[in-house]
Design a protein around this ligand. Sequence first.
Ligand SMILES: Cc1cn([C@H]2C[C@H](O)[C@@H](COP(=O)(O)OP(=O)(O)O[C@H]3O[C@@H](C)C(=O)[C@@H](O)[C@H]3O)O2)c(=O)[nH]c1=O
Length: 175
Amino acid sequence: MRFTETELKGVWLIEPTPMVDDRGSFTRFFCEKEMADCGLVTRFVQHSRSCSTAKGTLRGLHYQREPYAEVKLVSCVRGAIFDVVVDMRPNSPTRYRWLGFELTHENRRQLYIPAGFAHGLQTLTDDTEVSYLISQFYTPHASTGARYNDPAFSIDWPESPTAMSERDRSWPPVR
Ligand SMILES: Cc1cn([C@H]2C[C@H](O)[C@@H](COP(=O)(O)OP(=O)(O)O[C@H]3O[C@@H](C)C(=O)[C@@H](O)[C@H]3O)O2)c(=O)[nH]c1=O
């Protein structure tokens, strides 16, 4: 596995190194030791998946407030997504900066999202499935979000959303 810390401190891109032979391949997706060596959280208490029917579906931006803040390890297991993180940490020098990555079932990339970051995605294909390992239990009263088109971030999404939840359309401005 190749671990690369991104321009946003604490956000890592994890790329697999498949072992290929005549039968196909064998690929490690999670290694407690390799992650701990990079100072990453290794305890995840939930594994969830979302399925989106249509290309252009947008989910997010979501995060949980302290003391329920989550670390997420996100990958796309069917289709392709544009995956976005936004730094929401109040005292961070990169507060409200965002980064986007293409995660596909073919490139098998995983995005490691630390506590204090909002997360969102837009599907680049129909019939897309996204996997999340999450370090905290789902806590609805601590769950919050920000609008995908909040001018504080100016995220450059691939296209106008084709499907979104009403909740995600209605997050208040962050400032
Ligand atoms: C996130 C979540 C939702 N739910 C329920 C609540 C609701 O009835 C249904 C759908 O929830 P949502 O509309 O929040 O699903 P969704 O918009 O896909 O939420 C996800 O968005 C992306 C961007 C993330 O980062 C994820 O962590 C998660 O927040 O599933 C759970 O039971 N457990 C969970 O962990």
